[in-house]
Write a protein that binds this ligand. Sequence first.
Ligand code: GSH
Length: 238
Amino acid sequence: LVLLMPTSLILYELAGADPNLRFSPHCWKTRMALAHKGLEAERRPWRFTEKEDIAFSGQGLVPVLVEDDEAVSDSWRIAEHLERRYPDAPSLFGDESGQAVSRFINSWADSVLVPAISRVILLDIHGVIHEKDRDYFRSSREQRYGMRLEDVVSDRAARLADLGRALAPLRTTLRQQSFIAGERPLYADYCAFGPFMWARCASTTELLAADDPVFTWRERLLDAFEGLARSAPTTQAA
Ligand SMILES: N[C@@H](CCC(=O)N[C@@H](CS)C(=O)NCC(=O)O)C(=O)O
């Protein structure tokens, strides 16, 4: 057995005005994946407009993981990289079919969960990011949504109800098992948990009712890895 110890692991993570506020949903997937594998990375804060600092990765989004001389971008590709590179550490997917099914969960999280949560917290995100990022964030998001940030989140009760409906498949599953992956969390769980950490870190709005099985599942993941996620800095209530 040869244990591969990384000589260096660096993770570029989206940060707020407060460099310790790390709220990106996709970076959270990667943080949980690293913890699952028992790995530690040097976590570098990165802002939306610091494109040149990650230009070496050939694209402009985080997370970017740099292992020795190799840069890997996209949270899904990072998870696959870690699984390949650290086969003897706990598996992120269970097996090949687990990996295939996790891809669906990741796609669901990115295409349904992230948009539904953003309709609640988008303006809060604008409030926590660095001042130098604000014009870029506002104009890029307003173009994406075709409306002002204020209008994206204007009907909070309706948007929370939409989110509640979008969570139905997750809720139904978690009525019957502790985690998406079964008795223990795997990467599929982190795919769905990342967007909740995004909301927890950047917003003070509670997305879930305390009697929702999704709430209980989120609590379990907040406690995982000795409370890694629970102890992460969040924006403070005004
Ligand atoms: N599919 C990518 C998405 C990454 C992504 O959208 N990252 C956001 C932060 S959450 C970002 O870097 N945004 C920079 C920008 O919008 O310019 C992944 O899963 O890693």
